[in-house]
Design a protein around this ligand. Sequence first.
Ligand code: NAD
Length: 401
Amino acid sequence: MSKMVVEPRIRGFISLTSHPEGCAANVRRQVDVAKVGGRGEGLGNVLVVGSSQGYGLSTLLTAVFGYGANLLGVCFEKEPTETKTGTAGWYNLVEAHRLAEVEGRQLSTINGDAFSDAVKRTVVRELKERFGPLELLVYSLAAPRRVDAEGVVWNSTLKPLGERYTGKAFDLRHHKVIDAALEPASDEEVASTVKVMGGEDWRDWIELLREEGLLAAGFRTVAYSYIGPEVSAAIYRRGTIGRAKEHLEATGIELNRELSTDGGGAWVSINKGVVTQASSAIPAVPLYISAVFKVMKEREIHEGTIEQIVRLFHDHLAPGKTPRTDDEHRIRLDDLEMLPEVQAAVAERWDSIDDDTLYELTDYAGFRRDFEQLFGFEVDGVDYSAATEVNQALELVVIED
Ligand code: NAD
């Protein structure tokens, strides 16, 4: 037993601690939304790569509790010890596994580096021994680095291309609106970011599973991407990460040519900007998200990860549905965020946002609450003054040597 009172220890865009009860409550809330929005059974065997947080966690919960999927997840989380909390994703999955067991659902987790051969081989073994061929693979990795088969380390960077970036941003450490500046990326940094966040690893997964005979007839695969507004374009869509996302989207089109038989295929889904650990780390994005949340909440069209993913399955991926796409073969879950009137309202207030107007012109309070909730803090109904068991066990699939 290792009970302790857990308090947030936030350092910029990360908290060094996570609250087990708060994470569990977040998962239960998402499961409730998934059950109301889901359509019952029939999704079959699903693999989610990046299954413990953000969009991947919501995908796992929607597939299992909204559509009765048998689910194998891959994530990269830190387990707790007697004296230290685990990462939020660990506690999210402890609760997801508990609920799956109560309801007699099949949910297994592999905690290891999704880029590695060992984890890929373990997935193959698990599918052969316990699941069978896959109906759906969702690729939802947001990773800072990749170690390739030769041991070379590739880092993902967030930099502009061609020229220096200057623009408004938010300093999460000091809660201040600042002017940020970033030097342009080198060619190596662009190539390295594409290697981590582009489509190569997604393709590696599909090719391996196809060679092993583990893609069911009508197999589908989806990866997540983002476009976002003009105010973040220099640093996001027209920057290093944008190059990686273009590569991911091009990979989706190529994979679709190879897989589009029996109703199957490959798609990239462009999701809405939301508060996750990955998005909080991008300059200008927390401020933009605060502004767009304000505008979307005023119009009652705001969504978080679970609402987005319930919509993805309901409208595009549910058994019998055919994904609807734009001219570039992309599913557009960002349709409400990108409405011209929403973007115009954000652009109109953007220049006036400063420390004095932050709470009036943006939903920074909502951003902050969502951010703390990522780590299980600020969740309604949780008694943060009570000692809680931090050393919670999670039954994991053993990774091959
Ligand atoms: P996140 O940080 O919330 O979650 C990332 C997941 O990846 C976690 O489950 C983590 O354990 C896993 N992961 C990271 N490195 C790993 C590794 N080496 N091996 C195995 N698992 C690993 O991220 P997110 O914001 O949900 O992003 C997921 C995808 O959604 C990304 O492609 C992102 O670009 C896209 N997306 C995000 C937003 C947004 O606003 N957050 C918007 C649109 C699209």
